[in-house]
Write a protein that binds this ligand. Structure first.
Ligand SMILES: [Cu+2]
Length: 200
């Protein structure tokens, strides 16, 4: 390698290194949030949820939700991100986070029972998956690109915040015509957790 080739090589290595560190810096600034889960009536229910936002190679923001809860009954329970960061009472969290395009936050399919009119659940931006409880311990991990932590139309850290609600029953996802009825999204509310940003 002569001297000018060596200079080109060093230059390329330097530029690659710089790009790599910019990438790493972006990663380390992935926003995080958390929620302390508390029972609505039954104060034995408690847990923690963490939320981490990352950006995919295609530039899509997605949020990974991890949740551990004790004190729920064994089996599946619906979990959603509800539209207001309030848990007292659990009804204060209101409907499901759904900034649009329809902006229809009713938790259940409350239309006329036809899929065309039931544009709400399971198509809310805050709809997640069931948490499964075994021997008193519920765990759930799910990645969604329906919401963001960073500012924007899908952000759950908007002006009035957001909260997790864990329901008494499983979410049937209301995706069959026979399921389009009140309670198909999990029914009454067992636990709640206000989502708060972590760090800067
Ligand atoms: Cu819900």
């Amino acid at each position: 390698m002569n001297r000018s080739m060596a200079r080109v090589w060093l230059g390329l290595a330097g530029a690659t290194g710089l790009l790599w560190s910019v990438g790493a810096l972006a990663d380390s600034h992935g926003m995080k949030a958390s929620a302390t889960i508390v029972g609505c009536e039954n104060k034995q229910i408690e847990g923690l949820a963490t939320l981490t936002e990352q950006t995919t190679e295609e530039g899509i923001k997605e949020v990974t939700v991890e949740m551990r809860v004790t004190g729920l009954t064994d089996g599946k329970h619906a979990v959603h991100i509800h539209e207001v960061g309030a848990c007292e009472p659990c009804g204060a969290a209101k409907g499901h986070h759904d900034p649009g395009p329809f902006g229809e936050s009713r938790p259940d399919s409350a239309g006329d029972g036809t899929p065309a009119k039931d544009i709400n659940h399971p198509y809310h931006m805050g709809d997640l998956i069931n948490i499964e409880v075994k021997e008193g311990l519920g765990t759930m991990k799910h990645t969604t690109n329906r919401v963001t932590l960073s500012p924007g139309r899908l952000s759950i850290l908007d002006e009035d915040g957001s909260a997790f609600i864990i329901h008494t029953n499983a979410d049937t996802y209301c995706d069959h015509e026979s399921d389009l009825k009140k309670g198909c999204a999990g029914g009454s509310r067992d636990a709640c957790g206000i989502i708060r940003p972590v760090g800067g």
